[in-house]
Design a protein. Sequence first.
Lengths: 339, 372
Amino acid sequence: MNELLWTYLALPLAKILVILLALVLLAAYMSWFERKLLAYMQIRLGPNRVGPKGWLQPIADALKLFVKEDLTPSFGEKLVFLLGPCLIIVPALVVFSVIPFGPSPHLFITDVNIGVLFILAVSSIGVYGIILGGWASNNKFSLMGGLRSAAQLISYEVPMGFAVVTVLLLAKSLSLVRIVEAQKQAGVWFVLPAFVAFVIYFICGVAETNRNPFDLPEAESELVAGYHTEYSGMKFAFYFLAEYANMVVVSCMATVMFFGGWLRPFPNVAALAFLDAIPPLVWFLLKVAGFLFLYIWFRGTFPRYRFDQLMGLGWKVLLPVSLVNLLVVAAFVAAGGQA
Amino acid sequence: MPVLEAVLAGSEEMEVSFGPQHPATHGVLRLVLKVDGERIVDAKPIIGYLHRGTEKLFERETYPQCIPHTDRMDYTAAATNNQGFVGAVEKLMGITIPPRAAYIRMILAELQRIASHIIWLATHALDIGAVTPFFYTFEEREKILDLFEEYCGARLTLNTMRIGGVPWDLPEGWTDRCRKFVEELPRKIEDWERLLTNNRIWKARTVGVGVIDAEKAIAWGLTGPPLRGSGVQWDIRKVFPYDRYDEVEFDIPVGTHGDTYDRYLVRMEEMRQSVRIIRQCLDKLPDGPVMAWVPKVIRPPKGEVYFSVEGPKGELGYYIVSDGGVTPYRVRVRPPCFVNLQALPELVKGHLVADVVAVIGTLDIVLGEIDR
């Protein structure tokens, strides 16, 4: 009985707590990392007042948001206005329950045999948070931000799905742990056989998280702050946190599906065995950090797409390319080729 | 729930009040946009939020006292504002300024043109979503402002020209520092262009946006880069040379399509041409006094005068009526931004909301000058 309690309740709960805390901290420090990195790209210093080198800045920001007045627009739908931030933060955090940060048995909360499907399904709930939040604010800019976001998420989920299917064909499993293990067996990260799928996945991932150059829903110069214009205090913080958590999710998924998860480079080459000295968790985090860096790099470099161009890119370029790529990989797998 | 009611009533059009407090309206411009989804059906600029009655103020001030007021119209280009006003008074009084003063004015005006174009580029890129050029360009603008500060003590509202010349000679070593700056600038402009000119997204956002052909541009009275972007070779510095612009060589860059991208290219090239002018001015800089002889109390003869200069944003003209007294009887400013802004509804009709900010950026408006 005690043992059952331990395996099915205490341990998962402890893991959830640790991951949740780590994640919220990571998302908060992601903003510090982003501001610092952008600052260096833009020949300035970035936050440097709170704590040494601005290390405490995210904490100060969080405190500030906690004590801020929580305004609800008087003509807004009060309930839906409250629902928006909840709908966006919960899926963003729930997704982490299936992401394997390292090999079994302890470095993930659970391994679901439909892990990929679960992530896609749960993370698309988040769009309701944006649409409803934008609509309930009763602000024209918010509404337009919400509408843009809805259109964007729906169009980019399709090519993203096809890119993911490519990986599933190679791994023959929907479980994220099995996908990593399949890459170990194949001796190669899936990014090599499925490079096109990776590129499509990452572009879609950037679009899904509303980041530059696809940050139209919150395009400051056009829509003020887009769907979260009317949000303040912790409600705003939830949107903010969810955006960063979603960035981490997309990076984690890219790492798991294309870059061998917690595996070291060339997992089957014995000559590189010394790389095992670095623990799997560190490998995983390093790769994720690499993707997050890419996100920020994009932001420092690109202008923003226009709404119609964004849709055009999604439907006219990414979708056909991902379809053709899927067929090619499928034919390759059907012909008995081993990745 | 007005929005919901409008939707339920079957109305497809929505009215959005864009500004005056909006991050992309470059100050306090207000646009009332009629949008059908994201498409602009109509746009109506509403101005006057920064009205300070400058033209009326002129009537109360003596002529030299007017010069600081001109600084505050187009506050991103104070030197050219000064140049226009003092030029008008000089024309009215028939004063010829010493060559050295004219050359110093040209150097200042061209530096100012670069500084103004830098602000335009930075904010235009920022509006279209590229954040980084803002910081790269402003680093260079700081250097220009440092040069200004060293010359006249002010960085923004320069008050750097006087009726009859310029108030001071250049400080020692200023020309060397100025030369160093203009020698370095073309490389920096290349850096900025590398971030934008061939960027696919930048082109997607600017090519074919806000198109106006030459005929229409003239009909709307556009001047400056918006006119030249449509392919009209019209530059006050060439057609009615003032100061000593007839003694320096430079080209007038023109575009072909009259879209936002062409206007971008025109302004980028104008910065290079300004560098060329400054270089020649520094080479030719004559010796001599920097002020002509002018009476202690400026009393232009009775009459009226129109004098215009090529400001960074277009033709900046001053129409002064003098009744022979110490203060102008009436001053009317022909502000380039005000006239260029008129074309905005024409330029954005049928485009998307995102294009509105691109078009506002490409017209390079400064509300201080529009409202005065």
